[in-house]
Design a protein around this ligand. Structure first.
Ligand code: G6P
Ligand code: MG
Length: 216
């Protein structure tokens, strides 16, 4: 029977984690504490506001709501400096090929991302019009691991959750897909994403017949 696909953006279609890292690191530098790439793992898939809270916890810093708003704005301005330079050559290996394959098979796909910058990034890399729907940080109220983002994605696909396949690089995203009763596919380190139904190092590792068995 019919299935559909929901794609996370950051870490699945593009590697924006490195830009988030640089922008958060700049803030940590300004505040005078170290922010490592390991710390950055904790921010993957997590909303912007929650990311700042985690960062401040790491630095052992407590500040006013007003200051937080200020930092959220300046971090995003720094991040925008990177992503407004992005182009199609930053699409991760295997992603374009997978979308082509899904188009050919008539399998619909939507975006399910926590990022408020998702539409901008998709336009930068020329993939915006390919998606049957976009669910991003502007349209959800509850962040991953809450399943809201993917459940809205299923509605856009007009499919039951158990007919949806989610591609995710973050633990919070895999959890969200599992809670939503969807098929979860972890892209990245399989020990980190051990709760996923399937694991692949990257999208090029996906076997040609991957979707066949899911359609029965
Ligand atoms: C994605 C990333 C997170 C990021 C979140 C919000 O889920 O993996 O690291 O914090 O989006 O992104 P935004 O672009 O709205 O700041
Ligand atoms: Mg991600």
């Amino acid at each position: 029977s019919k299935i559909g696909v929901i794609f996370d953006l950051d870490g699945v279609i593009v590697d924006t984690a490195k830009y988030h890292y640089l922008a958060w690191k700049k803030l940590a530098d300004d505040l005078g504490f170290e922010f490592t790439e390991e710390h950055n793992e904790l921010l993957k898939g997590v909303s912007r506001v929650r990311s700042l809270e985690i960062l401040l916890e790491i630095g052992g810093i407590s500040i006013s709501e007003e200051k937080k708003q200020e930092y959220l704005i300046s971090k995003n301005e720094d991040y925008l400096g990177f992503i407004t330079k992005m182009q199609a050559d930053e699409i991760l290996p295997g992603a374009s090929e997978l979308l082509d394959f899904l188009d050919k098979e008539g399998i619909k796909y939507v975006l399910g991302s926590a990022s408020k910058n998702a539409p901008l990034i998709l336009r930068q890399i020329g993939l915006f019009d390919r998606f049957a729907g976009i669910v991003d940080g502007n349209s959800v109220s509850k962040a991953k691991p809450d399943p809201e983002v993917f459940l809205i994605g299923a509605e856009k696909l007009s499919l039951e959750p158990n007919k949806c396949v989610v591609f995710e690089d973050a633990i919070a995203g895999i959890e969200a897909a599992n809670v939503a009763n969807m098929t979860s596919v972890g892209i990245g380190d399989k020990d980190t994403l051990n709760e996923a139904d399937y694991n692949f190092k990257d999208l090029t590792e996906l076997p040609q017949d991957f979707f066949d068995k899911l359609m029965n």
